[in-house]
Design a protein around this ligand. Structure first.
Ligand code: GLA
Ligand code: ZN
Length: 691
């Protein structure tokens, strides 16, 4: 990234922030006056894009082979005439009833082997030749009709791909993939350890996807099924984009991801899309977490989306202007939260702010979901006003799209490892992998130190610090890459429950952390899980090199370590591990490996990372004491830095952003001294690049 000053815009037609929503005129074709009104309101709301056609298959192809694209043309034309560009969707997210009636094989078979009935959405078979052909035909029609349309800027392929189908065709494809991967049944049997309970396969046809009333005890099979699900979804996506790439090669394609959704390996999927897009629905103002924790967790996911394509800006494809209808308690965003949460996405690398949905429908499952325009259909609500203001603010930030985020540190979050962890029933069922990654992340977020997220296949070249929580599954090549990173001078933080199995879920014939044991300079004698109500204490060694002094609480996981070259920095002071090392450090080449042997309270992580980043001179975006609940992030274009100051509390916060000359892009004035952020307040400041 060092030489690149700016990423090119997703579309040259609209090289500014995109602001808009999922727009479903197909639900309102019988009400032309509403469609008319939409354009007027969109302009008032300062929108410049709309995503059309996401679930419009029945309106686009009302009867088999009979296409009606005129209404869409009319909509795209009038949007364009009014300065609004179109993100055009392919409609595979939901199918017309005639199709399920005539070709029931397009309907998904559930893991219990029951075929679903027509209804709902996101529930087709990914292998069905008929479905693939039908979607490829309609996609071709769309591309043929709109390839010259000046308003078309992006393809939104399908919607939130998810799930898997267990029909016979899918089973067959699964087996084909396994044949390719393992070559012979002997090899598959060995890799899956099928001698266990006499599960040895003697014919490929005996292999079935996991089922509630079938195979559940061969974990490698379950993990391979998840890999197959990702591969099959990607294959389906490729089939969808073939006509699009052929007819509109210059129009980029994306699909909307779901953040940390467990069902698809987005590290793999990301390389198939031209730009990453995701749908963000944080539980603001919920009862189980403070807003600032929700903000930190959301920041993690934004950073993940940016990292999926190596730092390239992403698109916030959906967010709610007010509430989500699907939560137990459907809270609306409090005043100010809308702009704040929208700019949070921008701060972490989004070049768009988009919503689900433009207008509430009168019926159906999402009629109460937040929308820019509610049932009253006018501009007289707070939600509408706040959306309009957000568009207005974005227009003042137009030097930001294409700029990037710089991070010297990264944290690993890996889907295959997560699948492995889920299947491992020891030492305790709940692993909380995702939340643990977010908890480590939070200490950096709080202090305004930007982080990237990496997977096992990512490059580690740009980092000085790498945090690897619970790397249970170590894929081939990962340990070597990590060791190399350390030898070259990197600092690695590795935690408990790492280095247990290889990518086929076969245990290493070694003590943990297996292939990372020498690097860490320790081995695990025993892992001790704790009940919810149990905890141990750990105490820092006197005069330890990090300078930490306190005692801390350990929950859930504790390990008894053997020191094999590493030095102890803390020891357990309670439980049967008393005096056993709880935190160690080992030198390797030019670098160091820290090993954390237990799941420690947040205070530990705060102190540990505070001293570690000091030691490594990894500094925050602003060298100030960040007030509680405030997040500071930075994007840069190599010449100017853009600082985002975001207050995720309801209380006023004041901070002094430093001596350098700063310009407030939102208020359009110079910053002289201190800055006051109102509750849920946000500022964007520009300064010359550098500290
Ligand atoms: C998802 C879908 C949208 C809509 C929203 C509601 O993100 O993509 O179609 O259902 O959820 O929150
Ligand atoms: Zn199927």
């Amino acid at each position: 990234m060092s030489d690149q000053k700016r990423y090119s815009p997703v579309s040259k037609k609209l090289p500014e922030f995109w602001h808009g929503a999922d727009y479903n005129p197909d639900q309102w074709l019988h009400r032309p006056e509403i469609l008319q009104k939409d354009i007027e309101l969109m302009k008032k709301a300062n929108c410049n894009v709309m995503a059309l056609g996401i679930f419009a298959w029945a309106a686009l192809e009302p009867r088999e082979g009979e296409y009606n694209l005129d209404w869409l043309q009319e909509r795209m034309d009038s949007l364009y005439k009014n300065g609004i560009y179109t993100i055009l969707a392919t409609p595979s997210g939901a199918r017309p009833a005639w199709m399920s009636q005539k070709y029931p094989e397009v309907l998904r078979v559930q893991s219990n082997r029951q075929r679903i009935l027509q209804g709902n959405r996101h529930n087709h078979c990914f292998s069905s030749p008929v479905y693939r052909e039908k979607i490829s035909q309609i996609n071709r029609k769309l591309a043929e009709r709109f390839k010259e349309h000046p308003g078309l800027i992006l393809w939104h392929v399908s919607n939130e791909y998810s799930g898997s189908c267990h029909c016979e065709i899918c089973q067959e494809q699964f087996r084909e993939g396994l044949k390719e991967k393992y070559g012979t049944l002997e090899e598959l049997n060995r890799s899956w350890w099928t001698a266990f309970w006499s599960h040895t396969y003697t014919d490929w046809k005996q292999i079935e996807s996991p089922a509630p009333h079938g195979e559940q005890s061969i974990q490698a099979l379950k993990i391979d099924w998840k890999r197959f699900t990702t591969d099959q979804t990607i294959d389906f996506f490729r089939n969808e984009i073939t006509p699009l790439k052929e007819l509109t090669p210059e129009v980029p394609v994306t699909t909307n991801f779901m953040g940390t959704f467990p069902g698809l390996d987005y590290w793999k999927f990301a390389s198939e899309v031209d730009v990453v897009a995701w749908d963000s629905y944080p539980a603001w103002h919920c009862s189980w977490k403070e807003d600032q924790e929700v903000a930190s967790d959301t920041a993690f996911t934004h950073d993940l989306q940016r990292s999926l394509k190596g730092g390239q800006p992403f698109l916030l494809m959906e967010s709610t202007p007010s509430r989500q209808n699907w939560r137990k308690v459907a809270k609306s965003k409090k005043p100010g939260m809308h702009l704040l949460s929208s700019l949070q996405a921008v701060a972490h690398g989004s070049d768009t702010v988009q919503y689900f949905q433009w207008r509430m429908g009168r019926g159906g499952a999402e009629k109460f979901h937040g929308a820019v325009v509610d049932h009253a259909g006018d501009e007289k609500r707070r939600v509408f006003r706040e959306v309009g203001e957000t568009g207005e603010v974005l227009s003042r930030l137009d030097s930001i799209p294409g700029s990037y985020v710089e991070s010297e540190a990264a944290i690993m979050f890996d889907w295959e490892n997560r699948w492995g962890l889920k299947e491992a029933h020891i030492p305790r069922k709940e692993k909380n992998y995702e939340q643990v990654c977010k908890n480590h992340y939070r200490q950096f977020w709080k202090r305004g130190i930007p982080l990237d997220i990496v997977g096992q296949d990512s490059s580690l070249e740009n980092y000085r610090l790498l945090i690897v929580p619970m790397l249970y599954m170590v894929k081939e090549g990962t340990a070597e890459k990590i060791k190399n990173f350390v030898e070259q001078g990197g600092t690695l933080v590795l935690t408990y429950f790492s280095g247990i199995v290889n990518e086929n879920d076969l245990c290493f014939q070694d003590k943990a952390p297996g292939p990372l044991k020498e690097a860490a300079g320790i081995s695990v004698e025993e892992i001790i899980p704790l009940y919810e109500e149990e905890n141990y204490q750990l105490k820092m060694e006197q005069n330890n090199k990090l300078g930490l002094k306190k005692s801390y609480r350990a929950d859930d996981f504790c390990e008894e370590l053997n020191l094999e070259g590493a030095q102890s920095l803390a020891r357990f002071s309670s439980g049967y591990l008393a005096e056993s090392p709880a935190l160690t450090v080992n030198n390797l080449g030019q670098g160091r490996v820290y090993y954390i042997a237990s799941r420690n309270e947040q205070d530990f992580l705060a102190d540990f990372y505070y001293y570690l980043t000091k030691k490594l001179s990894i500094s925050p975006v602003l060298d100030i004491e960040v007030p509680e609940g405030v997040s500071i992030q930075k994007r840069t274009d190599g010449t100017a830095d853009y600082l985002f100051l975001m207050n995720f509390t309801e209380q006023r916060r004041t901070l002094k952003p430093g001596k350098k000359e700063l310009y407030d892009l939102v208020e359009e004035k110079k910053v002289t001294d201190s800055i006051t952020l109102e509750g849920f307040g946000v500022r964007v400041l520009k300064r010359k690049r550098g500290k």
